[in-house]
Design a protein around this ligand. Sequence first.
Ligand code: PEP
Length: 242
Amino acid sequence: MRKKVIAGNWKMYKTQAEAQEFLQGFLKHLTETPDDREVVLCVPYTDLWLLSKNLHGSRIRLGAQNIHWAAEGAYTGEISGPMLAEAGVRYVVVGHSERRQYFGETDDTVNLRLKAAQEFGITPILCVGETKQQRSTGQTEPFIFNQLENDLVDVDQSNLVIAYEPIWAIGTGDTCEPDEANRVIGLIREQIDNPDVPIQYGGSVKPDNIDVIMAQPEIDGVLVGGASLTPDSFGRIVNFGL
Ligand code: PEP
């Protein structure tokens, strides 16, 4: 059975004081969360060690939002696998559309980052998804298949999560219809070698749409931006269906 992975992506939000406050409100929600759900928080670098120390004993898995392919070196502004692993990081978001759009991330660098994460025992969450224009011109499937083909060269599919994130649905409030997300995720699954890879949906997931999203048979979890920033909304999301 595929693992259900519910991940929050805090992006560039939350100082340490704010992260601490979030935890106080969020931990109580986890007492209800079924054991077969993996709960992940992908936080800014400056929050990693704080959470690492405070999550001890909790079921939350720590996640990061980037990883460089070298173990160390002259790469100003980057962070390495050993640095993340030392902080207890278990997951890392790779190839998020914001990194592809604003920071020059390409399929080649995404591929290098995926392999680096696996080398250091961290599970990468690979983000793929089309723009509004690609969708309206019938390019959704070929675009995503091309991303998968290039991003996954020599990547170990036994330690991988994929997130289908249509770019037009990220941070817009414009959620992809659940049955359409289910359809695309089913096609993604046909493209990869390992049928057990968990595939998430991401894009304006909220407390009021999580139940219908998670009721879709192909959707194994969600990657959540805005709604992961408040304890009660992310608490409701991790406790979908209850
Ligand atoms: C994301 O950051 O990956 C995301 C899906 O954001 P939001 O939930 O805010 O659309």
